[in-house]
Design a protein around this ligand. Structure first.
Ligand SMILES: Cc1ncc(COP(=O)(O)O)c(C=O)c1O
Length: 450
């Protein structure tokens, strides 16, 4: 473990400046109390008082390789010494290498990458390209989704963060989610929503399939509750898309690069999208990076076309160098395999938690991508806090995460869902340590549960 140097005064100054001068994402500014982070290593980070936190959120579910991986740091340093930046029209060693590596590690015929600075831009470009390629303008997106905060990506997003920017991009239409725990169709057997095809077919009937360029979905829904699709769902969506000449865009910004215990989440169901969007785990955010990866037919189609898209920092050398090193480390250190193995530990440990805590309504997930859905009543499934809860309404979950934080466990929560998404290098001992803290903190939620 790296040496932890303390400097409480500096920590305080950093927080004061952060509160005064930094406009923070998705927050009521005055309510924020950011942790002044002095350093990190593996699944841990620490503040200027020397307090250590077990990162069960991988920050924003992006630090998949863990904090301060030496190989990735070395690659960034080496590239910085050689060439810090270069324009997108040039060919550079690491960008070319990364694009080739992506064609190798992604499934099926995914072949060609457009590099972005993050996930939203990857989705933006996927929507744009799908429209050009098909000559159609509508895009089907789902309600329980987050695709990013830029103008197009936030319109495709289903969750209430979209409301602030509406009306947004024209042509986005929506379908319901295969959320079996709270199925919007009441989950009859067979369920038209959770099996995928009947519900999508109905939406297409109303929208005109000949007008629909793409279906965009998170292969495993992330922020909106870690919702893996039931077996067969993704295959059914793929089949409907194929039948109507509609492209399937899988947003694996959160679920990709080992998070689910496979390199890419779609591999859990043997489905290959036409466009795969990635970011976060591609290089664990050591330098901002995302990519839109298109399949062979789209790559062939675009070769003699003018691609009307670009970014000054597309394929930035430092970002590409860090991603190449990260993918190599994933391969050498069996990081995806570890995520899969730790998935079994989570299933066991979180299952045991559910037996002890009446406030846990549902435990779901795979790999290092898990959720505890908290309820007031297991019978009625009434959520512990309401949909889109803020302020006092959100207090029961805020208390729980604060209690965990005081004990050194950093969690990401979304309304009544506690997300459990540590770096993929997490060990069984670290999982047990985190779950023990959760076990105590959940007592606060149990007080409200019947
Ligand atoms: C599934 C998904 N798509 C897109 C995004 C947006 O990525 P970024 O914040 O890098 O633009 C996120 C971010 O959390 C995400 O979880």
């Amino acid at each position: 473990m790296a040496t932890i140097e303390t400097n409480a005064e500096l920590g305080q100054q950093i927080v004061e400046d952060a509160k005064r001068y930094v406009l923070h994402s998705w927050s009521v500014q005055d309510a924020l109390q950011p942790i002044p982070v002095a350093g990190g290593e593996g699944c841990w980070f620490w503040d200027y008082d020397g307090k250590r936190y077990l990162d069960f959120a991988s920050q924003l579910v992006n630090v998949s390789i863990g904090h301060q991986h030496p190989k990735v740091i070395a690659a960034i340093k080496e590239q910085a010494e050689k060439l810090c930046t270069i324009g997108p029209p040039m060919a550079t060693e690491r960008r070319s290498e990364l694009a080739r590596l992506l064609a190798e590690v992604t499934p099926g015929n995914l072949a060609m990458s457009f590099f972005t600075n993050g996930g939203a831009e990857a989705n933006e470009n996927a929507i744009k390209l799908a429209r050009w390629y098909t000559g159609r303008h509508k895009v089907v997106a789902r309600y329980r989704s987050y695709h990013g905060a830029t103008a197009g990506a936030i319109t495709a997003t289903g969750d209430p963060r979209r409301w602030y920017t509406e009306p947004g991009l024209p042509g986005i239409v929506r379908m319901l989610d295969p959320y079996t725990y709270r199925c919007p169709a009441g989950h009859p057997d067979p369920c038209p929503v959770c099996t995928g095809a009947p519900h999508l077919e109905e939406i297409l009937q109303y929208e005109g399939p000949q007008n629909v360029a793409a279906v965009i979905l998170e292969t495993v829904t992330g922020t909106n509750g870690v919702i893996p699709p039931p077996d067969g769902y993704l295959q059914a969506i793929r089949e409907v898309c194929d039948r109507h000449g509609i492209l399937l865009i899988c947003d694996e910004v959160m679920a990709g690069f080992g998070r689910t215990g496979r390199w890419f989440a779609c591999e859990n169901w043997d489905v290959v999208p036409d466009i795969l969007c990635v970011a976060k785990g591609i290089n664990s955010g050591y330098v901002p990076l995302g990519a839109m990866i298109v399949s062979e037919p789209i790559a062939e189609w675009v070769r003699d076309k003018y691609f009307a898209g670009g970014l000054t920092y597309s394929g930035h050398p430092l970002a590409c160098a860090s991603a190449v090193a990260s993918i190599e480390a994933f391969r050498e250190e069996g990081i995806v395999e570890n995520a899969a193995a730790m998935g079994d530990v989570f299933r066991e440990e979180l299952g045991r938690l559910a037996e002890r805590h009446p406030s846990i309504g549902d435990v779901r997930g795979l790999g290092c991508f898990w959720a505890l859905e908290l309820v007031r009543d297991r019978g009625t499934r009434e959520p512990l806090v309401p949909f889109n809860a803020t302020g006092e309404d959100f207090a029961p979950v805020a208390r729980l995460s604060k209690a965990a934080l005081e004990r050194g466990l950093y969690l990401m929560t979304h309304w009544n869902v506690v997300m459990i998404c540590p770096p993929l290098v997490v060990t069984r001992e670290e999982i047990e340590e985190g779950v023990a803290v959760l076990d105590d903190a959940l007592a606060l939620a149990d007080e409200l549960a019947a």
